[in-house]
Design a protein around this ligand. Structure first.
Ligand SMILES: C[S@@+](CC[C@H](N)C(=O)[O-])C[C@H]1O[C@@H](n2cnc3c(N)ncnc32)[C@H](O)[C@@H]1O
Length: 230
């Protein structure tokens, strides 16, 4: 199955340029569009909350969000870390970060740093307390390296959590084309489902867990950095 790019060429795996173009076009209406998925029973807010909870953050912690987009997780992260903590939001698309900046200014948050960067080349700060990525890591071809780099930057015992789409279990696999259709405005293709970021969480982190939601279309994978490395 292929997804038609808005520029009218077919796209099976979006390039970085494709991703930037898609999200530049979507940035201003991203939050509204994302909330529309509630109409089909997609409990996006509940999944975000579970992903943030999976980090076990404490007041004063520093957390990095990879592919933070417009900052839809920032309120939940703020509740966990408080004013003394810090959020570092990283994203490839300038216009998505412009929306995130607007959110930060409107809320008056002084503890958020926004970084325009490709996750693949992002240099994580040392000794961080948590890393989260929601509906973004599957878009990054080098996801395995990103998970490992992040793991190496975590303090021992601190956690990485990924919330993302995946192909469903065989029981409802006939619904997969519909899911791809519904998520196609965000660059999702069947070919992207070949990427399995949860396996990288299993590979590099200790006590890894994976929970599926929405008939297996959505998962949260999380684990903690071992004392002896990644
Ligand atoms: C579906 S949005 C998710 C945004 C946000 N995490 C959320 O849950 O609402 C995917 C985001 O990943 C970003 N992204 C895609 N590829 C990336 C990469 N290689 N490095 C950093 N960000 C990337 C896009 O720019 C976009 O903002």
């Amino acid at each position: 199955m292929q997804v038609l790019h808005e520029a009218k060429h077919t796209m099976t795996i979006p390039t970085r340029e494709d991703v930037i173009n898609i999200y530049r076009k979507r940035a201003k209406r991203y939050d509204i569009t994302a909330n529309l998925y509630y109409l089909i029973g997609f409990r996006e807010g509940a999944y975000r909350k579970k992903a943030v909870d999976a980090l076990n953050l404490q007041r004063g912690d520093t957390v990095v969000e990879i592919g933070c987009g417009t900052g839809m997780n920032f309120s939940l992260l703020q509740q966990a870390i408080g004013h003394d903590g810090k959020i570092i939001g990283v994203d490839l698309t300038d216009d998505m970060l412009a929306q995130a900046r607007k959110r930060v200014e409107e809320k008056g948050w002084a503890n958020v740093e926004l970084v325009v960067s490709d996750a693949a080349s992002y240099k994580f700060p040392e000794c961080i307390d948590g890393i989260i990525s929601t509906f973004a890591l599957t878009l990054v071809a080098e996801y395995d390296k990103v998970v490992q780099n992040g793991c190496l930057a975590l303090k021992p015992g601190k956690r990485w959590a990924v919330l993302d789409f995946k192909m469903p279990s065989s029981r409802v696999s006939w619904l997969a084309p519909l899911l791809v259709l519904l998520t196609r405005p965000f660059g999702v293709t069947v070919e992207l489902a070949e990427r399995h970021p949860w396996e990288s969480i299993n590979k590099y982190l200790r006590n890894a867990s994976m929970t599926e939601f929405y008939m297996g279309f959505v998962y949260i994978a999380a684990g903690e950095r071992a004392r002896d490395g990644c």
